[in-house]
Design a protein around this ligand. Structure first.
Ligand SMILES: Cc1ncc(COP(=O)(O)O)c(C=O)c1O
Ligand SMILES: [Zn+2]
Length: 423
């Protein structure tokens, strides 16, 4: 390999020099970045990584950027938290949460993929960048591009959450709402990228973009003290993240940084958009596209670009996939917040609800070391909790008023407990 990384076709293996390309011209399959692990092995040690920055860039040697690249966006290196209180509720005993609800700068794991994609947009000389997005990517691209002074066009489905729209526009990006679902938006973006020669992070820069997700896997392993978990639960939209966490574990094994182990991968989707989970459950080797209808808008991709690879990764690893209803998603958001103090968006509700289901159905043994990936922040999807909590009238600033209020509360609680309060 001439460079430390290059592009390769996932199906026919044809090799390509680094370029803004995502599809093989021989067989029309997706291209993927392959890093020269032999070269990395010569210098990369646990100590060298630990001495690196407190961001995803501590794994720079395993990402598709030049050796002398100077990172501008310190994304990643989010907490891996032991979750004993949630574990107790759902029948687990060894549960961890990888908390990308607090990933910087825009509070989702998409900051990781964007950091790598925009580095490459600059390397390839694009002055205008963009993406098709279900929301979080829009926020991450808008913020990242602002910091680099790039012009930005972002296309989203028309029904996106208001917070995700505002969190894109505030960075000065041009936001184009499309009357259609994500699959319509994505198709249009491919045409625009070709016509205008812009760098679309998840279209013509997709192979580079996707590699950023590996850092979730690298961090999980390092934060567990350089060992791999037994199971990982990952929310799926396009299906890229789950495949890249698996790729990260395989690279760490190949580099001798962790002991060899087959980690089981579990995919999580909303029932209203579950093309990958359905393929896993039915054993199909192709993905049947769906028309999304769920509050988990960040996961609402009916025709997932990496769906086949995600289903394959789950199956090969001995894992499983599940899907949960919108009601279960909202309950799970509340349960994670109440037990662990983590406020996640709908995608995290999907992960939490699916994790609970996997324990309940005996697919995960309580003692196995399991990591649930929380990938986005609840402040972006507060609309799904509208009406969930009562606002009482303000009371006077007096102790007696406070005591009366407490009494009212306990009466209400008793009523609720005596009634059909189930969660
Ligand atoms: C919060 C969140 N989690 C998970 C995903 C799924 O990622 P992927 O498309 O790589 O499957 C997305 C995608 O938009 C997302 O926004
Ligand atoms: Zn090919």
């Amino acid at each position: 390999m001439a460079a430390a990384y290059e592009l390769r076709c996932r199906e026919c293996g044809k090799r390509y020099e680094n370029a803004p390309l995502s599809i093989c011209d021989e067989c029309f399959s997706p291209l993927e970045v392959v890093c020269d692990l032999e070269a990395a092995k010569r210098t990369l040690t646990r100590e060298a990584i630990a001495a690196g920055p407190s961001s995803m860039w501590r794994y720079q040697a395993l990402l598709p950027v030049p050796e002398d690249y100077k990172p501008v966006t310190p994304a990643g290196w989010t907490p891996l938290l032991h979750a004993p209180r949630l574990a107790e509720r759902i029948g687990a005993r060894n549960l961890f949460i990888k908390n990308d609800a607090v990933c910087l700068p825009t509070l989702s794991f998409k900051d990781r993929v964007v950091a790598v994609a925009l580095a490459n947009a600059q390397i390839f000389g694009f002055d205008t960048v963009g993406c098709s997005s279900t929301g979080n990517l829009a926020n991450a691209v808008a913020a990242g591009a602002a910091r680099l002074g790039l012009k930005t066009y972002i296309l989203v489905p028309g029904d996106l959450e208001p917070a995700k729209i505002l969190n894109t526009q505030v960075y000065g990006a041009t936001l184009v709402r499309i009357d259609g679902n994500y699959d319509h938006v994505n198709r249009l973006c491919s045409q625009i990228a070709d016509r205008y020669n812009w760098g679309f992070v998840n279209v013509n820069l997709r192979p580079y973009y996707a590699e950023g997700s590996k850092t979730v896997g690298f961090e999980i392993a390092e934060q567990l003290g350089w060992r791999l978990p037994d199971n990982v639960v990952v929310p799926m939209a396009g299906g890229s993240l789950i495949t890249k966490i698996r790729k990260a574990f395989k690279e760490l094994i190949a580099l001798g940084l962790v002991e060899e182990k087959e980690v089981r991968f579990f995919g999580a989707q909303a029932t209203g958009c579950s093309p990958i989970a359905t393929a896993v459950k039915t054993g199909a080797d192709h993905i049947e596209p769906q028309r999304p209808a769920t509050i988990a808008r960040s996961l609402a991709i009916g025709n997932p670009a990496d769906g086949v690879y995600a289903a394959r990764a789950i199956r090969e690893s001995g894992g499983w996939a599940e899907d949960v209803s919108d009601v279960e998603i909202v309950s799970a958001i509340q349960e994670l917040a109440e037990t662990e103090g983590i406020f996640t968006e709908t995608a995290g509700g999907v992960t939490t609800a699916v994790t609970a289901r996997l324990y309940a159905h005996g697919r995960i043994h309580p003692d196995e070391l399991t990591v649930a990936c929380i990938t986005g922040n609840g402040l972006k999807t507060t609309d799904v909790l509208q009406g969930a909590y009562e606002q009482h009238a303000a009371i006077r600033p007096r102790l007696t008023d406070f005591e009366n209020y407490l009494e009212e509360c306990s009466e209400e609680n008793e009523l609720e407990l005596g009634g059909a309060y189930v969660r």
